[in-house]
Design a protein around this ligand. Structure first.
Ligand code: ADP
Length: 263
């Protein structure tokens, strides 16, 4: 994989302040409380993996970081952008500013079917960020090389495999030059033989120093790549630690049972 020119910020000092801080994050849908009070930090250049049973609130955490869901209470800080959801209603501008800090890769790719692969990658930079078409095209082609699809720029999404489509989704998320990359079960909708190519791209991004928060059931990926693992259940973070601590020697019965079920 070629090195990305829009590389993330240089690797942090060990004591660098967190790139992401989440505190007291709470969210309900109607009378269903989905997040109770979530706190965690993400160091720059690190990979955080969220695991836990279906319905435990993992996706809602990611969507709150990206302001696709608007939290009811708590604070989210990404870099120098901070939104306090406890301060009353947040403005559209605050939501847009927070959203612009991260790029998100979804379970299914959500590519525009009528646009080419390159146009899918450049639509964010050109339309939302008003960057020049020439610059966006050059960077988009480079991003496609980074995800191993340099020769498919002019193809349409239907001409690609599911794994290739997800890799376009990754290139598209990178194209807006985010500080943080969010991955919501990016391999769970793929046929098993296509999972590896997506995980390989994610490992390469981690190795290049991208700060990533990943929801996944791919425990081997978490063991190999995560700096911290958060185990969620019932809208709270039940355990946090290194992969060794949480995945190999979980401290709670809930985490032990979950891991037993999926391993
Ligand atoms: P996970 O990612 O751990 O599977 P989610 O964050 O997707 O969990 O969902 C947590 C809970 O919130 C689930 O019970 C889900 O049904 C509910 N939920 C998520 N989004 C919405 C929504 N837009 N409206 C109502 N309920 C929702």
């Amino acid at each position: 994989m070629s090195q990305l020119s829009i590389s993330p910020e240089p690797s942090p000092e060990p004591k660098a302040s967190p790139l992401v801080s989440v505190s007291g994050l709470a969210k309900s849908f109607g009378d269903h409380t989905v997040l109770r009070s979530i706190d965690f930090d993400v160091a720059p250049g690190s990979v955080t993996v969220l695991i836990g049973p279906s319905g435990s609130g993992k996706t809602t955490v990611l969507r709150s970081l990206n302001a696709l869901d608007v939290a009811d209470a708590g604070r989210v800080r990404i870099g120098d952008v901070e939104v306090d959801f406890s301060d009353g209603p947040v403005t559209k501008k605050q939501i847009a500013t927070l959203r612009a800090q991260s790029g998100m890769v979804f379970q299914a790719h959500h590519l525009f079917p009528h646009l080419t692969v390159l146009e899918n990658v450049t639509s964010g930079p050109v339309l939302a960020q008003r960057r020049s078409r020439a610059e966006a095209d050059a960077e988009g082609r480079e991003l496609l090389r980074v995800v191993g699809l340099g020769d498919r720029a002019d193809a349409y999404p239907y001409q690609l495999s599911g794994g290739q489509q997800q890799r376009v989704g990754i290139a598209r998320a990178l194209a807006v030059r985010p500080k943080l990359m969010l991955f919501d079960e990016p391999t769970s909708a793929l046929d098993p033989e296509l999972v590896g190519e997506v995980l390989t791209v994610m490992k390469d991004l981690a190795a290049q120093g991208w700060t990533m928060v990943v929801v996944t059931h791919e425990i081997r990926f978490a063991q190999q790549v995560a700096d911290q693992v958060l185990f969620m259940d019932g809208g709270v973070v039940v355990e946090r630690g290194t992969p060794e601590q949480v995945l190999t020697r979980p401290g709670t019965e809930r985490a032990r049972q979950f891991l037993h079920r999926i391993l």
